[in-house]
Design a protein around this ligand. Structure first.
Ligand code: ADP
Ligand code: GN1
Ligand code: MG
Length: 361
């Protein structure tokens, strides 16, 4: 298979025993390039995850890797001695020069993780049990990181969840209309403008800064094949200071609708209340002790906020000509924006019940 990168050459730079066999693109992320790479180690097939960090988006890859090293080391200490400890946290494979990353001749930063076997990610939720498990894993992740020693983590992308700035970016893209696409997205632009007030929902609430994941998409947690348990939180590039509710909100965005993020049949996009209930119960079962009453109160509205925010970002990228998120078809970012805004409406309709539920947990 022809690959975009010389993965075999990259592999030589890491402390991996055995013979390189093959590599293939892996996963459905929108930002980095991920490969699953097979080695023969003494007759035994062994897999690794190789990732090229997208430095157009993560401008400080070394700072990013410092965060990832600190976070994985902290988590490894938390799970040490527990059953299956090595499957519960990502393990970085060092490069031959002792660092946790390698810079190739083209200036690309690479890292390698041990492949966590007998577990997988899902792009769409299949059951309330899965929602519970994912939320519990992300809640546990947050609780384990609550005592991460100083200094503060680097902001790998400043203002990542600053929704008013995301709105301003949309206005700028709209004014420029660089790809001449505003005419194709009138209803979505109108929706965004009409719902502007959502942007400020959490910023004024005086919530505490924590170490958060910031990209708690359902496909960023590995579920164990045998038990269905949320075994490991992955995709740590955006772990940085943030609000707990950004994490819960992104779970609501990606784990309550049965449809994928780019579903074109919008009738399939809906906030399923039992999934929300499972998320709230799963998250609180692990993180309740470290949440303030205000954080708990805002859990339901965080889903609306983050879903709106990511919808704004997809719309902005559609207008700008698809410069940020990977796209695989014409109008892909607009399709993604539409599912987000449809979900915002569905959440809005169910907010009173969502609030009642959380008050009772
Ligand atoms: P992206 O930033 O592109 O979303 P991820 O870090 O989420 O990249 O990885 C992409 C996919 O690769 C994940 O959805 C998951 O299926 C798989 N993956 C990532 N890390 C591991 C790992 N250590 N073991 C097994 N699978 C992994
Ligand atoms: C991107 O890398 P991935 O696919 O997990 C994006 C998230 C968005 C998400 C939308 C660094 O996440 O913020 O919520 O797409 N990551 C970055 O699916 O921008
Ligand atoms: Mg991912």
């Amino acid at each position: 298979m022809h690959l975009k990168h010389d993965v075999r050459a990259v592999a030589r730079q890491f402390e991996i025993a055995g013979d390189y066999l093959a590599a293939a693109p892996y996963g459905s992320g929108h930002i980095n390039d991920t490969y699953c790479v097979n080695f023969d180690q003494g007759g035994r097939p062994v897999r690794y995850i190789f990732q090229r960090i997208n430095h157009d988006i993560f401008k400080t890859p070394v700072a990013l890797m410092e965060n990832v090293q600190r976070v994985t080391a902290h988590l490894a200490a938390k799970v040490a001695g527990q059953p299956e400890a090595s499957r519960r946290v990502l393990t970085l494979v060092p490069a031959r020069d002792g660092r946790a990353w390698h810079v190739d001749a083209n200036g690309n930063h690479w890292r390698v993780y041990v492949f966590i076997e007998q577990a997988r990610t899902f792009d769409a939720v299949e059951s309330a049990g899965q929602a519970f498990q994912a939320a519990r894993a992300f809640g546990q992740f947050q609780q384990w990181l609550a005592d991460l020693p100083a200094p503060r983590l680097h902001d790998t992308i400043p203002d990542f969840h600053h929704t008013p700035k995301r709105f301003a970016a949309l206005e700028t893209a709209l004014a420029a209309d660089a790809a001449n696409r505003a005419k194709l997205a009138r209803p979505e632009i109108e929706f965004a403008l009409r719902h502007r007030e959502i942007c400020g929902l959490l910023l004024a609430a005086g919530l505490p800064e924590r170490v958060t994941h910031n990209d708690t998409k359902f496909n960023n947690v590995l579920l164990d094949d045998a038990t269905g348990q949320g075994i490991c939180v992955i995709d740590l590039d955006t772990v940085m200071p943030g609000l707990a509710l950004y994490d819960f909100g992104d779970m609501v965005r990606t784990t309550t609708s049965p449809a994928q993020e780019d579903e074109r049949d919008l009738s399939r996009v809906t906030m399923q209340f039992p999934m929300f209930e499972a998320l709230a119960r799963g998250y609180l079962s692990a993180a309740a002790d470290c949440l303030t009453p205000a954080e708990k109160k805002f859990l339901p509205c965080s889903g609306k906020l983050i879903t709106f925010e990511i919808g704004l970002r997809f719309l902005t990228d559609f207008l700008a000509g698809d410069v940020y998120f990977k796209v695989h078809r014409a109008g892909h970012n607009l399709d993604r924006c539409r599912t987000q805004f449809k979900l915002v409406e569905s959440i809005e309709r169910q907010e009173p019940e969502m609030n009642r539920l959380v008050e009772g947990i």
